[in-house]
Design a protein. Structure first.
Length: 461
């Protein structure tokens, strides 16, 4: 181990025997001027603001179709394009941030402005192609700027215990849509849809803009001053988390991370399971309505899905700090797969109670895998290139958005909900099977690391 110091800025850089550098000595207040928990709360609020794009869209579909004269399939293709661009910008945004071309604050401001354009477009443009460009392309890019910036911010500021906090922030992207699900089901019609959508767009602009103003990334290799990277932490929760989820052995560049084979494997797993999740989000309400369930049941099922989806992300994130990220991920993938078969069974039984129960289960599994992948990437490859590396993995949603939204509508139209939910369940099980083969590069047997993941004596030069 070697150490270099910088007395002018009061920090040292310590290198372990694998070559990983830890920048220690600076507290979060030294860098931010306030405690780092603010970099959890503000991203969480911003994520709640943009959740209306995806998680409430299914509830607005009927009114949008009638107001603009579109078919249901065309309406869902708008969401499909939105998902494609929301996921697609994660990699370039991460790359620009890590090259110093785009600051976190600038990314949030751009995202807020583009999000407003998205809602104004779907509010005032009747032409389906213009609506796709406005809401799907421009609005998707704006939401992607916000999502990618928020989710990576947490991992950078909490390298020693990122699971629960990443899950908490990611959860806002689901249950933040709850008020709008009820608005779209009870107070949204062809007479007021423009006013409602305009106000929602303004709300997103203000909420994201204010939160983003305070965003700031930590320096590269930064490590909390209160946590010794080479000794078990005094805090029991941090000690357990580091033992179950040891930090990456070094900082991997994007190409190095790809060459390990784990980035491509994560990409495929996420493509499968997020397609299943997007399908569930998009068609929960339409399925309930086809079954003859009233608007209350439709909104309740969508609301339960959104709330449990968000809360489940935080719970599983915390749970992964205790049992390990990979183990928690596999549990979630299996739950989401089985929930598809359960939802279909409840629908065919025409049981509203069972339908709500499986909406609960589907909601839990349908979002909790996102923070697991978001935390696994820096766990495996380090924080310095996390925005880019996670952007590569998250780009899988480009494909899953196509499966879950637009092609999901085609499958429902061809095979009915029975065939569509069956396909979704099989895809979920395949994703879980692939996740079994994930492993952290450089640590062939992590189970032997539990007593002390850093068996290195501390020496200063």
């Amino acid at each position: 181990m070697t150490t270099t110091s910088n007395s002018a800025t009061n920090y040292s850089e310590i290198k372990d025997n694998k070559g990983r550098v830890y920048r220690i000595g600076e507290s979060d207040r030294d860098i931010l001027g306030h405690p780092r928990w603010l970099m959890v709360v503000l991203p969480w609020i911003a994520m709640m603001a943009i959740s209306v794009f995806e998680y409430a869209y299914g509830s607005a579909e009927d009114t949008l179709t009638k107001a603009h004269g579109w078919t249901s399939t065309k309406t869902f293709w708008i969401l499909t394009v939105w998902v494609l661009f929301q996921a697609g910008v994660a990699f370039p945004v991460g790359r620009l941030r890590e090259k110093g071309i785009l600051t976190a604050r600038a990314a949030m401001m751009i995202g807020a402005g583009l999000a407003l354009v998205g809602f104004l477009s779907i509010s005032h443009l009747h032409n389906i192609f213009l609506a796709i460009i406005g809401f799907g392309l421009i609005g998707g890019i704006g939401a992607g700027f916000v999502y990618a910036t928020c989710i990576n911010m947490v991992g950078k500021w909490y390298p020693e215990r990122r699971g629960g906090k990443t899950g908490f922030v990611n959860g806002g992207f689901a249950y933040g849509a709850l008020p709008f699900i009820f608005i779209f089901n009870y107070a949204f019609d062809t007479g007021n849809y423009q006013k409602v959508l305009d106000l929602i767009g303004l709300y997103v602009l203000v909420a994201v803009g204010i939160c983003g103003f305070f965003f700031k990334d930590p320096p590269k290799n930064w490590w909390p001053a209160t946590v010794d990277p080479f000794k078990p932490a005094q805090d029991s929760a941090t000690r357990v988390s580091l033992a179950k989820n040891p930090p990456a052995v070094r900082q991997y560049s994007p190409m190095e991370a790809v060459r390990t084979g784990m980035i491509p494997l994560m990409w495929i797993c996420l493509a499968f399971i997020s397609g299943v999740s997007i399908f569930g989000i998009s068609f929960e309400v339409p399925f309930a309505k086809e079954l003859g369930f009233g608007p209350l049941m439709a909104s309740l099922s969508a609301g339960i899905l959104a709330v449990v989806n968000g809360v489940g992300r935080g719970v599983v994130g915390w749970f992964s700090d205790l049992i390990g990220r990979k183990q928690a991920l596999i549990v979630v993938l299996v739950i989401e797969a089985l929930a598809q078969f359960g939802t279909l069974w409840a629908g065919e039984a025409h049981s509203e109670v069972l339908f709500l129960i499986f909406a609960f289960v589907s909601g839990f599994g349908g979002g909790a895998f996102y923070p697991m992948f978001a935390a696994l990437v820096p766990d495996y490859f380090g924080e310095n290139h996390n925005a880019t590396n996670y952007g590569l993995v998250y780009s899988a949603k480009l494909v899953s958005g196509l499966f879950g939204g637009g092609l999901g509508a085609v499958v429902v139209g061809t095979w009915g909900f029975s065939g569509a939910y069956s396909v979704a369940g099989v895809m979920g099980l395949l994703s879980a099977a692939m996740a079994l083969t994930l492993r952290q590069p450089g640590r062939p047997n992590i189970r032997k690391i539990v007593p002390n993941p850093y068996p290195i004596s501390r020496e200063f030069m």
